[in-house]
Design a binder for this molecule. Structure first.
Ligand SMILES: Nc1ncnc2c1ncn2[C@@H]1O[C@H](COP(=O)(O)OP(=O)(O)OP(=O)(O)O)[C@@H](O)[C@H]1O
Ligand SMILES: CC(=O)N[C@H]1[C@@H]2OC[C@@H](O2)[C@@H](O)[C@@H]1O[C@H](C)C(=O)O
Length: 374
């Protein structure tokens, strides 16, 4: 691999907590080229601790700092593996964009400037890799009055936007987020609701498997009408953009409230899974219809794109719209977010803004991220 190219790493550990995705990418003439992709699981203890840190607990600050160190070491391991595979020295990489692990997201806590917290130790990552690290991409947007999320719509626009045609990009990670790339160039983006976070939780609890492969278990059940109706009444869904969410809202307690409130506690687990899948598909489809009825192409990325049942439900709910995997448009589903963080690192290093105020609601364009030099 050419060591004179300006390589960037993008590292993403998303809300689904399934592990770390990493890409080695380069950018030229506005295009993103991913040369390598790799992933690494989170050690089960670390995964459990990160999940626990999404809610309050004892001695949180100490535990959070240790979890951040463990995550940074996991990031470093993935970077070393990809460098070896590429045959590149660390000096060939301009920067790493490392997302960190979101454990709280309250951008407008108490109606004022809130906060968003991604556990990470960028200093340790720089130390372990000898590569400059860019981290904490969301805080500046929040400080400027924005949601701090989603940040990927600007990247989606560069990679998937088509002149003269409105295209939408749907990320199905732990949470779902939609980017609407208007024919005229305008961009709207926001979170729709949970994608895999609750389905993974339910699947693990009842089958012991971390996720419902291809949606086969959901397919074996039937959506429960009253439960689906109650879930779709969640006020977040009807709220206008800008909006973002996370496990702060869509967590097992939220699901338990829906089950209790509709007397569905004794329903068969696969019917609940089918309801969750339907909820994900409908909450996304209705947002697309509401904000871009003219859109004829929905490009789907994130691990949920591998959930065949979910993809079929989306297609059924959106007749006349082509629902396609992002791999058909140049970037496989599991690479998109990590590539976006490589691009975010590039923007920061170049001193260029990366947020879209039309998406996050920030007062203006801002350079995102903090740089930890090699
Ligand atoms: N073969 C598959 N079948 C069904 N679902 C899958 C499959 N592979 C991955 N997934 C789902 O995708 C999830 C991971 O997706 P992804 O890595 O895009 O999420 P994330 O980046 O952690 O989340 P977010 O985008 O919210 O930050 C898994 O937790 C699982 O639910
Ligand atoms: C606070 C936070 O981590 N948000 C994530 C999460 O995962 C999906 C959705 O919710 C999106 O808003 C965001 O991630 C992507 C990468 C983003 O910022 O665009």
């Amino acid at each position: 691999m050419d060591s004179r190219a300006r390589w960037y790493f993008g590292l993403m550990s998303g809300t689904s907590l399934d592990g770390i995705d990493g890409v080695l990418a380069e950018f030229s003439e506005g295009k993103c080229r991913v040369a390598l992709h790799g992933s690494a699981p989170l050690a089960p203890d670390l995964r459990a601790e990160l999940l626990a840190l999404n809610t309050s607990g004892n001695d949180e600050l100490h535990r959070a700092a240790l979890a951040a160190n463990a995550l940074a070491r996991g990031y470093a391991g993935l970077v070393h593996g990809l460098l070896a595979q590429a045959g590149l020295p660390p000096e060939a990489v301009h920067a790493i964009g490392a997302h960190g692990q979101t454990v709280r997201h309250r951008p407008q806590a108490f109606g004022g400037t809130g906060y968003t917290l991604q556990l990470n130790n960028p200093a340790l990552l720089a130390e372990c890799t000898g590569i400059t690290v860019v981290a904490d991409f969301r805080s500046r947007d929040v400080a400027a009055g924005g949601q701090g999320a989603p940040l990927v719509p600007a990247f989606h626009q560069g990679v998937f936007g088509q002149a003269g045609r409105t295209v939408a990009v749907l990320n199905l990670g732990g949470i779902s987020n939609l980017s609407i790339l208007r024919a005229g160039g305008g961009v709207l983006g926001f979170d729709c609701g949970p994608a895999n976070a609750l389905m993974d939780h339910w699947c693990e609890r009842h089958t012991g498997r971390p996720y419902d492969a291809a949606g086969a278990w959901a397919r074996s059940g039937r959506p429960i009408g009253a439960l689906l109706h109650a879930m779709l009444a969640e006020p977040f869904l009807a709220a206008p953009p800008p909006k973002s969410t996370g496990r702060d809202l869509f967590n097992p307690r939220w699901l338990a409230r829906q089950l209790d409130g509709t007397g569905s506690g004794d329903a068969s687990p696969q019917d609940v899974q089918a309801t969750l899948a339907e909820f994900t598909a409908r909450s996304c489809a209705q947002e697309l219809r509401r904000h871009a009825p003219e859109c004829g192409l929905l490009i789907v990325c994130g691990g949920g794109a591998l959930n065949q049942y979910l993809m079929e439900r989306l297609q059924a709910l959106l007749p006349g719209v082509g629902v396609e995997d992002s791999g058909c448009h140049g970037l496989p589903p599991l690479q998109v977010e990590a590539a976006a963080f490589a691009w975010l690192a590039r923007q920061c290093m170049a001193g260029e803004a990366a947020n879209l105020p039309s998406v996050t609601g920030a007062r203006g364009a801002r350079i995102l991220g903090a740089i930890y030099p090699a």
